[in-house]
Ligand binder design. Sequence first.
Ligand SMILES: Cc1ncc(COP(=O)(O)O)c(C=O)c1O
Length: 378
Amino acid sequence: MPDSTAIPLSQRPDMTVFLNGEFIPADQARVGIMTHALSYGTGCFEGIRGYWNPKAEELYLFRLREHYKRLHDSCRITNITLPYTVDDLIEITVELVRRNGFRENCYVRPFAYKSDEIIGVRFNDLVDHFTMFSVPLGDYIATDGLRCGVSSWRRVDDNMIPARAKIAGAYVNSAFAKTEALQNGFDEAIMLTAEGHVSEGSAENIFLRFGDELVTPPPSENILLGVTRETIMRLAQRELGHVVRERVVDRTELYVADEVFLTGTGAQLAPVVEIDHRPVGSGAIGSMTADLVRLYHEVVRGQRAEYSDWLTPVYGGAQGMATNGAHATNGAHAANGANGANGANGAHANGAHANGTKPAKATSGGRREEAGAGRAKK
Ligand SMILES: Cc1ncc(COP(=O)(O)O)c(C=O)c1O
């Protein structure tokens, strides 16, 4: 089985991606080297996780609606026209993941961007394109206790690059912080605002426990309003009965907190055991963090019925997979768990889609025509 992390997606004829209204083999997805977003970072994206539940033989996509509402907000801020509604995007995502036949945890990356091949930096009067890929993904950062360093790089301000929008170019700020942290021997960076308050990690929100209270910086502290952050706030309040407060946090509170953890789609819930060479609490993973980790992993895998609204099942049960025909040629995916069973995916490679349905097409006006892709198989 090819290791999907070893082979670049652009060399995977067996995997399907979505580009400008069509599901196409990943090795046929091309963007020009002069693309505006490549030069200037003028794109917005999301990161979404899917969790495989082997017992239910189901892959659950987590909080799609919230992710796509945020993508719409990001696009409003950056003058990008998204040709898809939240419901359209949910449908495309389910279809994309289903076509790839994952039977393991996965990650989905939708990206809306300025596609013109021109010189000139701006947002207005440019053409917008949309793409989405999905890949298998395990842990993004360690979940057994991170050692963090407060970064010398400050978090971008709302009037510089708004952090509430998930803007591609803003991740240069994260990259500076993360690189510095790694090169200084830490696992992750904690970034401060220009005023010196705690903002967030390089790609994670942050929580601190003081006694029975959970504290996290408010939206005005230049944070991305994380879907996981909101999830954890709700679970901590509702399930564990903790007080959760959004408030400004000083740097040195990091050194005296009882527990600290980071949250994010990639990071999931990552306990922090050391900050700037000082142990957090006892230096071991705290009990509130451990309770939340357990709860979070139950919720995302569909083991908590009361939170099933947050989950979108991809296959509709294992039997659904076998009978819906969608995976007829992707059977090798399902059968051996390999996403790279080339023989079975020849149909992808030559452009004939497995299920025989027409891929979703975007019209020149940007709206997607009735596509059949996905709908036919529901
Ligand atoms: C800068 C930043 N903050 C916070 C988060 C966490 O957001 P979410 O929980 O929605 O993934 C992310 C995740 O992508 C991020 O990039």
